[in-house]
Ligand binder design. Structure first.
Ligand SMILES: Cc1cc2nc3c(=O)[nH]c(=O)nc-3n(C[C@H](O)[C@H](O)[C@H](O)COP(=O)(O)OP(=O)(O)OC[C@H]3O[C@@H](n4cnc5c(N)ncnc54)[C@H](O)[C@@H]3O)c2cc1C
Ligand code: SF4
Length: 486
């Protein structure tokens, strides 16, 4: 009997297609489960429908309420192992033949070999092993240029006196009839109360086909990659994309293969068109961070996101977050970032980590709620990408498995790395008073609150010594306890 390759929304590109018959299901129940950013719902539906159109006669395409209606009782299904625990259970319950997962640089088998018997789980160790195994940016046994990592040269603040980097705009997709159909469906379902859409409707900004992802990659490499390294951590109020690639969503949809992205960037460097610090910085994001986070999702186990709350953070997410109401937020950095998420369903990694995550950490927001909020509100949000990034790295709810210390910082970091503070009613240097920066004061109040939990962490000894010396500690803590606006 001929098998049919059943593909999910994370498997929409060539990597997951071996040429036979395909099954693609647009199941509306998935969109009904949680509130979802309109741009994300649009992107996923657009990508599925574009793929169905591309595959033509080779695909069985169903637009239904649930997957079960289509797959129950069939014995001809084959799947590439999908990307979440629940999907993996489901395909096995449905009796599908399961092939090993694809779409990452390191396979699950290779990761299992690497991790076996290891006490220390550090991304940098993993990344170096990947480079050695694959030969990416290697010269024999040595890293190209003699260094593994150019972070020291990168991570620069934004250029002074500019509110943009003045790079050409990223490549933007042109919407077509499929997008118009998606938009009309979303309008109808929202009106009927069938979906809870959050965020603005606007032109689609992220690639929805393999060809579009290729265009986005090419223009990134031609016009933006060289500036990626130096400005990867910088933020400017008039430049929501900076020099970032906007490729996470198409990569997570399976539209473009990460190894192809890496090889394209490495070739551009080899041709002398891109400095090593930018090429290496970008490649590390993909075969380092992206793969690391993926493998940790399986390695740390299904209950990692629910079982960990080491800092005892139980505050519910505020309305300003759940409704993406940046206008109601006074802190300029947070207001601008949440507004950007409302508009695009995206922010680069520093606003995610050091503005949103840092705020949530300081204010004690529930890490699982924050995990689910990120999945719902970001175009590239998936169940596998959040636990290590949000519960582990950004909220330190695991007590230090993913990151050795909490990513908490005061307003000084945001002031150095952005132009937000100039337009803010708060002063990043002040911790007490009406204009005290909520990040600066919040940082000390956070340390005061979690001191019992982090006292044993050597890397927190210095900040805790600073807290002990703080002359106005009680005043700061009291002030932040009563802060009732964001
Ligand atoms: C709190 C928090 C939440 C995040 N949520 C997501 C998410 O929902 N989906 C997502 O893909 N990434 C997430 N990231 C990682 C990173 O912020 C995004 O991948 C990146 O901002 C996407 O934009 P870009 O494609 O322009 O990335 P670039 O800055 O151009 O980076 C290139 C690529 O590196 C990969 N990458 C880099 N860091 C990570 C990482 N920590 N985890 C996974 N991939 C990484 C992405 O695929 C990205 O496309 C999160 C990070 C943090 C700190
Ligand atoms: S002063 Fe504080 S709240 Fe205002 S933008 Fe700077 S860091 Fe953010």
């Amino acid at each position: 009997m001929e098998t049919v390759r059943w593909v999910f929304a994370g498997q929409l590109g060539e990597t997951f297609d071996d040429g036979g018959r395909m099954l693609l299901i647009e199941a509306r129940s998935v969109l009904r489960k949680y509130p979802i950013h309109r741009a994300k719902a649009h992107l996923i539906l657009s990508a599925i429908r574009h793929r169905a159109a591309e595959l033509g006669d080779r695909v069985e395409f169903h637009q239904v309420d649930t997957y079960r209606e289509v797959v129950e009782g069939r014995d001809d299904l084959q799947v590439i192992d999908p990307t979440s625990y629940s999907a993996r259970r489901f395909v096995r319950r449905m009796g599908a033949e399961v092939l090993p997962s694809r779409g990452f640089v390191t396979t699950e088998e290779e990761f299992a070999e690497w991790v076996a018997g290891r006490k220390r789980l550090v991304m940098e160790d993993f990344y170096r092993a990947v480079r050695q195994r694959t030969g990416i940016l290697m010269e024999g046994d040595s890293p190209r240029g003699g260094q593994w990592n150019y972070d020291h040269d990168n991570r620069q603040p934004p250029p002074k006196g500019h509110d943009r980097l003045h790079l050409p705009d990223p490549w933007w997709p042109e919407e077509d009839d499929i997008d118009a159909g998606v938009r009309a469906d979303l309008d109808r379902w929202q009106e009927a109360g069938e979906v809870h859409l959050v965020g603005d409707d606007g032109p689609r900004r992220f690639a929805a086909t393999g060809a579009e992802a290729e265009r986005a990659l090419k223009e990134f490499v031609d016009y933006r990659l060289a500036d990626f390294g130096p400005y990867e951590d910088a933020m400017l109020s008039g430049d929501w994309t900076m020099a970032h690639s906007l490729l996470s969503a198409p990569m997570n949809l399976g539209l473009i293969d990460p190894r192809h992205v890496i090889d394209t960037v490495a070739a551009e460097h080899a041709a002398g068109n891109v400095p090593l610090r930018s090429a290496e910085g970008f490649i590390r994001q993909i075969c380092g961070w992206r793969d690391w986070i993926w493998h940790l999702y399986w390695h740390l186990g299904e209950d990692f996101a629910t079982a960990n709350n080491r800092l005892k953070a139980h505050v519910d997410l505020p309305r300003e977050f759940t409704e993406l109401d940046g206008a109601a937020i006074e802190a300029n950095c947070l207001s601008t970032t949440i507004d950007g998420v409302r508009e695009h369903g995206w922010a680069h990694h520093i606003p995610r980590l050091m503005v949103i995550g840092n705020w949530a950490l300081q204010r004690g927001y529930d890490p699982k709620q924050l995990n689910d909020w990120f999945i719902s509100m970001f175009v590239d949000g998936t169940p596998w990408v959040m636990p290590a990034n949000v519960v582990g790295m950004s909220q330190h709810a695991d007590g230090g498995v993913v990151a050795t210390k909490p990513y908490a910082s005061g307003g000084a970091y945001i002031n150095r790395m952005s132009d937000f503070c100039g337009g803010c009613r708060f002063d990043p240097k002040k911790r007490v008073g009406d204009d005290a920066c909520p990040y600066t004061a919040g940082y000390w109040a956070f340390l005061d609150r979690v001191e019992p939990e982090i006292r044993g962490n050597n890397r927190m000894a210095q900040p805790l010594a600073g807290l002990a010396r703080l002359s106005d500690r009680e005043e700061v803590v009291e002030q932040e306890r009563h802060r009732d606006t964001l």
